[in-house]
Design a protein around this ligand. Structure first.
Ligand code: NAD
Ligand code: DAU
Length: 350
C-alpha cells in the first residue's frame, strides 16, 4: 500500500479517509482523483495538501484516457473507489448521473486497473497480477434494500435496491464481482451503514439538521420520522477500509456497521437538545418516495475474521460531531454561500 489512487477524495468520507491513511501509513504516492462536483470540497483537505506524497488531480473516473495516464505515471498498487453520486434524494430528481458515474465510472476504473496490473497487459485471459495489488470498491448497505422490524443485513443477503442511487451502487458491486470472477482481479467490496462526522455535506440528515438549528430554520423530517438507520462514525469507516485493504480475503465482501440503530426522529431530537433549541423547529414533510424503512448491519464477518471494531461510541461521537460543526461555522458558511467552489481556483493555479 505505497502507491495509492483514491477517487472521490474531496468528498465527506474520501477526505476523512485520506487524512486517516496519511496518519497511519507511510506512502510514496497518494493521488486523489476527484471531479469536484457540488459534493467535492478541497477545503476538507487543507491540512494535508502540503504533504509531499499527496497529489490532487481534478478529473472524472469516467475518463479512460486520464485514468490510463495516471496509472502509467504513478504505477499504483492500490485503488480505493469512493467517487460516486451519493445522495438518495438527488437520485430521485436526476438519476442519470448516478448511472454514469456510479456504474460506468466504476467499470472504467476496473478496466484500466485490470489492464495495468495484469502480468500480460491486453490479454484478457491472463488471470495473473502484480504482487500485492488491490482494488477496493466502497459500497453501501443500501444495496440490500429495506429490512422490516427484525433481522440484519449479512454479506449473503440478496441485493434488492430500491432507489436509483442504491440500484446504481448494487450494479457497480456486480461489475466489481464480474471483474473478480472473469478476470481474477484482486478486489474487495465494503458495504457500510450511515456515516456521520466532520466534513459531511449539509444535504445529509445530521449536518442539515445542525445547520438548520444554527440558523433557526425548520428541520424537515420525512414521513413519520420513524425510519431507522445504523450510524457509524466516519473514522471507524476509514479504519475498517484500511483493515480490509490490509487483511481482506481476495474477492470478499465485508459489511461495516456499528450496531447503533436510531430512528431519524431520535437523531433530530438529540441535535435539538444538544444545541438547546426548541422542538417547535421540527416540520414533518412529505416522505421520500420508496423510502427504505430500516437498515441494520451484521458486522460479524469483519469483526471476527479481520479483528476490526469501531472505536467511537455514538453518544460521544455525535456530541463531538455537533461541537465540530459549531466550531467550524466558516466551513458550513462557505458551502451554503457557494464560496467553497472557488477553493480550487485559489489553491491550484496551474
Ligand atoms: P460525497 O458525495 O460526499 O463525495 C463524493 C465525491 O465523489 C465528491 O468529492 C465528488 O466530487 C466525487 N465525484 C462524484 N462524481 C465523480 C466522478 N464522476 N469522477 C470523480 N469524482 C467524482 O460522498 P460520501 O458520502 O463521501 O460517500 C463516498 C462513498 O461512500 C460513495 O461511494 C458512497 O456510495 C459510499 N457510502 C457512503 C455512506 C455515507 O453514509 N455517506 C455510507 C456507505 C457508503
Ligand atoms: O446507508 C448508507 C447510505 O447512507 C449511503 O449509501 C448514502 O450515500 C448516504 O447518503 C446515506 O443515505 P440515507 O438516505 O440514509 O441518508 P440521508 O442523510 O439522506 O437520510 C438519513 C435518513 O434521514 C433517511 O431515512 C431520510 C431522512 N431524512 C433525510 C433528510 C436529508 C429526513 O427525514 N429529512 C431530511 O431532510
Amino acid at each position: 500500500m505505497k502507491r495509492i489512487l483514491v477517487t472521490g477524495g474531496a468528498g465527506f468520507i474520501g477526505s476523512n479517509f485520506i487524512k486517516y491513511f496519511l496518519k497511519h501509513i507511510t506512502c510514496e504516492i497518494l493521488v486523489n482523483l476527484d471531479a469536484l462536483t457540488y459534493a467535492g470540497n478541497l477545503e476538507n483537505l487543507s491540512e494535508i495538501e502540503e504533504e509531499t506524497c499527496y497529489i490532487f488531480k481534478k478529473g472524472d473516473i469516467r475518463d479512460h484516457g486520464l485514468l490510463d495516464q495516471l496509472f502509467l505515471q504513478y504505477q499504483f498498487d492500490t485503488v480505493v473507489n469512493f467517487a460516486a453520486e451519493s445522495h438518495v434524494d438527488r437520485s430521485i430528481t436526476e438519476p442519470e448521473t448516478f448511472l454514469t458515474t456510479n456504474i460506468i465510472g466504476t467499470q472504467a476504473l476496473l478496466e484500466t486497473t485490470q489492464k495495468h496490473w495484469s502480468k500480460q497487459a491486453g490479454n484478457k485471459y491472463c488471470r495473473e497480477y502484480r504482487e500485492g495489488v488491490k482494488f477496493l470498491q466502497v459500497s453501501t448497505d443500501e444495496v440490500y434494500g429495506a429490512l422490516g422490524k427484525e433481522g440484519l443485513f449479512t454479506e449473503t443477503t440478496p441485493l434488492s435496491p430500491n432507489s436509483p442511487y442504491s440500484a446504481s451502487k448494487a450494479s457497480a458491486d456486480l461489475i466489481v464481482k464480474a471483474y473478480y470472477e472473469t478476470f481474477g482481479l484482486p478486489v474487495n467490496i465494503t458495504r457500510c451503514s450511515n456515516n456521520y462526522g466532520p466534513y459531511q455535506f449539509p444535504e445529509k440528515l445530521i449536518p442539515l439538521m445542525i445547520h438548520n438549528c444554527q440558523v433557526d430554520e425548520p428541520l424537515p423530517v420525512y414521513g413519520d420520522g420513524l425510519q431507522i438507520r445504523d450510524w457509524l462514525h466516519v473514522e471507524d469507516h476509514c479504519s475498517a477500509i484500511l483493515t480490509v485493504l490490509e487483511k481482506g480475503g481476495v474477492g470478499e465482501i465485508y459489511n461495516i456497521g456499528g450496531n447503533n440503530e436510531k430512528a431519524n426522529i431520535e437523531i433530530v431530537n438529540l441535535i435539538l437538545e444538544t444545541m438547546g433549541k426548541d422542538k417547535g423547529l421540527i416540520r414533518y414533510v412529505k416522505d421520500r418516495p420508496g423510502h427504505d424503512r430500516r437498515y441494520a448491519i451484521d458486522n460479524t464477518k469483519i469483526t471476527t475474521q479481520l479483528g476490526w471494531k469501531p472505536s467511537h461510541s455514538f453518544e460521544q461521537g455525535i456530541a463531538e460531531t455537533i461541537a465540530w460543526y459549531l466550531a467550524n461555522k466558516n466551513w458550513m458558511q462557505n458551502i451554503t454561500s457557494g464560496v467553497y467552489t472557488q477553493y480550487y481556483e485559489k489553491m491550484y493555479q496551474f
